[in-house]
Design a protein around this ligand. Structure first.
Ligand code: LLP
Length: 445
């Protein structure tokens, strides 16, 4: 069983996280419920931060907000001294609401709108990661118009194919993200940026994919990027001073998963950058990494209440829970696999093979296929593990289900950091055109 962070089974045989009994959490906050182990999130932040600064002092860890972002999470990041990778006006707004320093934001995205760029310039966002020549032109124009200079990185496609799910490969040449090295786009963009007065080229960025277990592709990417820094120096005389190598290591969804460790990952990339810098006779660039999943993924648990149970004789037993693809899209989208336990009797032995279905109106709405669990009954509390990254952040209101709340549990205390959406929230932005103002009950008469 995959017990992570502060999880333990208490004297009542209940799953406990952060010193809080999950059965009590479900009673207090209802289900579905996202529970985040704050201690583990903080430990992961410190592991990245302390290991990287020990191996490579001129460095920065920027948490990738797309994995999970709320105002409380921004506060936690500021307390832990991390910078923030943001990818939308909404993420920037969230961070600003929590008084997170704009200067410590690195702004990604392959199609920032003019409005988003203007807002980011006005807020004083620290780095813009420019994804295309078209975006460089837009940013230069908007920065000039506002009398500002934008500090940028270029997102480069190092051409490394990491072995992970197809949809989350982003480093290969045929990708919507970044500027190609092989086709000369990256160098052309660099030369162009150097001519633009409202642009200050600070660094380069790459991101080769997510949930990558093998560390070798990260090394290859670091090598390619350092070679490109040397090439830029040779061809233009310009010295790139910052290098952002993108996301972090993979995590365990199943107890059999064996991702590379944070220490091995950081050891490998820092050594590679140092070796390449020496070989090219370059000063060491400032080094950044942007882990998301490995900071919050294993720290998240989703609690559900078991409802309808259906046996299809000789085929399968389904147990449906009170959530589904609206709060966890990853099984339907990526075929992701999860472990779960019955939180109200966590020591009960596995007795049957069951598939956990969601309650959305879609056959593909499954959370877990064929898992070994104790015999489930209506009312059981099911805890699905490793659901801290890309779950709440990818949740939706499909079928008009209100999004679940999020609680941070920490040393016996549970704090709501996102309230449960209400039905009223669902219709908050709905409008009825004037020509339909006749009350519905009158129409029915
Ligand atoms: N930096 C950039 C530019 C990224 O695009 C990403 C993730 C990260 C950092 C963080 O990578 P991580 O440390 O989390 O591996 N929704 C998918 C994952 C999409 C990842 C997108 N980019 C999933 O649920 O698996």
């Amino acid at each position: 069983m995959l017990l992570t962070g502060t999880m333990r089974i208490n004297e009542q045989g209940h799953l406990e996280i952060g010193g809080c009994d999950t059965v009590a959490l479900a009673q207090e906050f209802g289900t579905p419920l996202y529970v985040m182990d704050e201690e583990l999130i903080r430990r992961n932040c410190r592991l990245y931060r302390d290991t990287l600064s020990r191996l490579y002092p001129h460095s920065q860890v920027a948490y990738a907000g797309k994995a999970f972002l709320t105002t409380a999470m921004c506060r936690l990041l500021a307390e832990e001294g991390l910078a923030l990778d943001v990818v939308s006006g909404g993420e920037i707004f969230t961070a600003l609401q929590a008084d997170f320093s704009a200067a410590k934001m690195i702004y990604h995205g392959n199609n920032k709108t003019p409005a988003e760029i203007k807002e980011a310039l006005a807020a004083g966002v620290g780095r813009f990661v420019v994804d295309s020549i078209s975006e460089l032109e837009l940013l230069a124009e908007l920065a000039a118009a506002g009398g500002r200079q934008a500090d940028i990185y270029f997102r480069i496609k190092p051409g490394i194919e990491a072995h992970t799910h197809h949809y989350i490969q982003t480093g290969q040449l045929d990708s919507k993200f970044g500027l190609g090295l092989a086709d000369g786009q990256a160098l052309a963009a660099v030369k162009m940026a150097l001519q633009l007065e409202s642009i200050s080229l600070k660094g380069l960025h790459c991101h080769i994919g997510s949930q990558i277990f093998d560390l070798k592709p990260f090394q290859l990417a670091a090598q390619v990027m350092m070679d490109f820094i040397a090439q830029i120096k040779a061809e233009t005389g310009y010295l790139i001073q910052e290098l952002d190598l993108g996301g972090g290591v993979g995590i365990r969804y199943l107890h059999t998963d064996t991702p590379g460790t944070v220490s091995d990952f950081l050891e490998l990339i820092t050594t590679t950058v140092k070796t390449k810098a020496a070989a090219h006779n370059l000063p060491l660039p400032k080094l950044l990494v942007e882990p998301g999943r490995s900071i919050v993924g294993e720290a998240g648990t989703t609690l559900y209440t078991v409802g309808a149970i259906k046996d299809i004789p000789g085929i399968r037993r389904y147990a449906a829970v009170d959530g589904g693809m609206m709060d966890n899209l990853r099984t339907a989208l990526y075929g992701a696999k999860y472990e779960a336990l019955v939180a109200n009797r966590a020591l009960a032995p596995a007795e049957e093979t069951v598939s956990i279905a969601g309650k959305a109106c879609e056959s593909g709405d499954m959370l877990i296929w064929d898992i070994q669990l104790p015999k489930l009954a209506r009312g059981d509390l099911l805890a699905v593990l490793s659901t801290g990254a890309y779950h709440y952040s990818m949740s939706s209101n499909y079928n008009r289900y209100p999004r679940p709340p999020v609680v941070f549990v920490y040393r016996g205390q549970a704090d709501l950091v996102v309230a449960r959406e209400s039905y009223a929230d669902l219709v908050r932005n709905d409008l009825i055109p004037a020509r339909m103002q006749q009350a519905a009950h009158k129409l029915a008469e």
